[in-house]
Every structure is written in structure tokens, then in C-alpha cells.
Design a binder for this molecule. Structure first.
Ligand code: FE
Ligand code: FE
Length: 269
């Protein structure tokens, strides 16, 4: 039987996933997101890419109904599938690192939802804060729990944004995508092409890339974004399996690619 992905129906595993999304929808407000930007985007913690990879050996993503392996295994599975399809080396690297923003759990906290135990500020499908939350989100029944949805500044279709302002102007729920994107954007030696940076930044934005919501915010270049993201999503989602790898064994192949696009020095997190 073919494996079904992103099945959120009632099962024991999904009770935890559902609870994760309840907290996430309730606590990811516009103010919370601004606070997290201020708190986590300081770029004052040097750590090499490969060391960050090893830390994801310790983290299991609670929002993922498809996989209960350490997150680093998902990263390697994605990268290997991209490599098998003979896609460009930078895209293989993006596959390998796209979830690396989850290292924020190393300096995160339960209150912020950025810890091993509380992951609602770190993982899961994201939505736009500062405007109405669409029903295309998983568990839309939780949307009304968000205090912004009873605040007239934030609960209309446009909210604080202008029509067709473009994706890059929106504030998304805080999580690993935006964190890694900003860390790499701040990294002087970063040579990852724009497509790769977009794949990193928007891969969890399911209500847009799969749900078809937020059309009123899109600008011309977001059409390209959507194409890139959908291409990447094949490898992010459909490669999840039980096959595991040893991080040391793949290092000889991937580290030189990482150094080509990100240099040899540490990254400032
Ligand atoms: Fe992710
Ligand atoms: Fe992923």
C-alpha cells in the first residue's frame, strides 16, 4: 500500500500533533513574532554547520505525523533524494540544511515554545501574523483561539498589510524556516542562490504553497517562488522513510559542497 503523508486524522500519534497545533495557533500572535525576532536574531553565537547538524540528532519534530526519527535523518533523506535526481549541488545542500533552524532549541525555552518539550515556536506549518488566519491551515478550528483574531487591527483579510505587497513583506509565524533564512542572509560568505534561500524560508508555509490562500498578498515574483517551493516540497515531504544514515558517512560528500556555498568558518546563529 502506498504511504499517505500529512494525515492528521485522529490517532494516538496525532493527539500530540493536534495539541502542538492548538498551542501554536493560540500563542503565535503578531506581538509574539516581533518579540522572537528581537530575541533570536542576534547572530552572536558562532557554531560550525556540521556541529549544528549533529545537534539535530537529538531532536524529534513533534509536529510531524510522518516521521519519528531524529531530525537529522530527515535532512539526509531529503538531500540524498535530491542528489539521486542529479539536481544541482546547491539544492542538495539546501535539502541537507533546510531544517537546521531547529537548532534554536539549544538556546530556546519552554515559554517561547522553542525547546525540546515545547516546539510551537519552532516547527509546524506557518501562517501570516497580522491578518486573518485562513481555514486552509491544519486544524482550522483552533484559529479563533488566537487573540489577534479578536483584535480589529489584525483580524481582517489584509490586516496590517497592503494588497499584493509580496510574500517577503509578510510576517510569518516564528519558526525554524525564518530563523535559518535570516541567519544565512546575515552570513557574509553565503553564496546559496535566491531559489535556495526561498526554499529555506517558505517550505513550511503550507496554507500558501499547498492551500492556495493569501492570493491577495502575492506579487509577480511570488509565481516563481511557488514553482521553486513546490519543486522542493517533493523532497521535503515524500522522502520520509525509515532508512537511516550515519552523519559521518555522508560528510565527505556534503561538507565540500557546504564549504563551497557557506565558507569554512563558523555561522553566527
Ligand atoms: Fe522544515
Ligand atoms: Fe523538512
Amino acid at each position: 500500500m502506498e504511504k499517505v503523508f500529512r494525515n492528521y486524522e485522529d490517532t494516538d500519534v496525532n493527539a500530540a500533533v493536534r495539541e502542538h497545533y492548538r498551542k501554536m495557533r493560540k500563542r503565535q500572535t503578531y506581538d509574539y513574532v516581533q518579540r522572537m525576532h528581537g530575541k533570536y536574531l542576534k547572530y552572536d553565537k558562532p557554531m560550525h554547520l556540521w556541529e549544528a547538524m549533529t545537534h539535530l540528532n537529538d531532536l524529534i519534530d513533534v509536529s510531524d505525523p510522518d516521521l519519528d526519527l531524529p531530525n537529522v535523518q530527515h535532512l539526509i533523506q531529503s538531500a540524498e533524494a535530491i542528489r539521486e535526481d542529479k539536481r544541482p549541488d546547491w539544492m542538495q545542500l539546501v535539502g541537507l540544511i533546510h531544517d537546521l533552524g531547529k537548532v534554536m532549541f539549544l538556546w530556546g525555552s519552554d515559554e517561547d515554545g522553542t525547546s525540546q518539550d515545547e516546539q510551537w515556536g519552532m516547527v509546524g506549518d506557518v501562517f501570516v501574523v497580522g491578518c486573518a488566519i485562513p481555514d486552509s491551515c491544519v486544524y482550522p478550528e483552533f484559529n479563533q483561539l488566537n487573540p489577534d483574531m479578536s483584535d480589529p487591527r489584525y483580524n481582517s483579510e489584509l490586516g496590517i498589510y497592503e494588497k499584493h505587497c509580496g510574500l517577503d513583506k509578510l510576517n510569518l509565524a516564528w519558526g525554524h524556516d525564518e530563523y535559518l533564512f535570516q541567519v544565512l542572509r546575515n552570513h557574509k560568505e553565503n553564496q546559496i542562490p535566491e531559489q535556495g534561500m526561498v526554499m529555506i524560508r517558505y517550505h513550511s508555509f503550507y496554507p500558501w504553497h499547498s492551500g492556495g490562500s493569501y492570493a491577495h498578498f502575492l506579487c509577480d515574483k511570488d509565481k516563481d517562488y511557488l514553482e521553486w517551493i513546490r519543486d522542493f516540497n517533493k523532497y521535503d515531504l515524500y522522502t520520509k522513510c525509515t532508512k537511516t544514515y550515519d552523519l559521518d558517512e555522508i560528510k565527505d560528500y556534503y561538507l565540500p559542497i557546504a564549504e563551497k556555498y557557506l565558507g569554512k568558518g563558523p555561522i553566527y546563529w
